[in-house]
Design a protein. Sequence first.
Length: 175
Amino acid sequence: MFFRGRQPEVSVWRRFRSNVDGFTYQQDGDHYTAHVVANAERMVDLFHNLSEHLPPAVDVAVEDVRTGRSWKGESLALPDVRDTLARLKSVLATHGGVEMAVYSSEDQLTLTPNLELFIYSRTDQWLYILKGRGLQEVREVHARSWTLRREDFPPAPELEAALTGAAERLGLKPL
């Protein structure tokens, strides 16, 4: 028999966290910066989940480092962006090599090609959101040991097709 109370549920982040899961958080002048590191699946999932804290209309920038193609869109509906991110999660976690930023005038979430997450904000709200997701604040995080240059990413036709489809669905314009 299970008893449910007012205790917060144990998060998957907390139960299956590895030693490298964590984030740094600092204030630089009038903005705050977080650098988050975890495994690939968690990073892509966290990127998607954290986007729910953005305003109803956001801007999006995407760069496929393999092909050098870039897209940008402004004032997009957040539910449409989140739906597109959900469709891309598995292919992004598998292949990496895409820089994706979802941002507003106050906040920016950026997933790097090496699947690290950077958060820039004018408020300190993200500190509490990240801690609420079960991540631990640390003094420094170790960057990916497999950091790759553009020419080091292997071809990923499945990812290229998914990105092209996502850009079309959202109405992103090529740069």
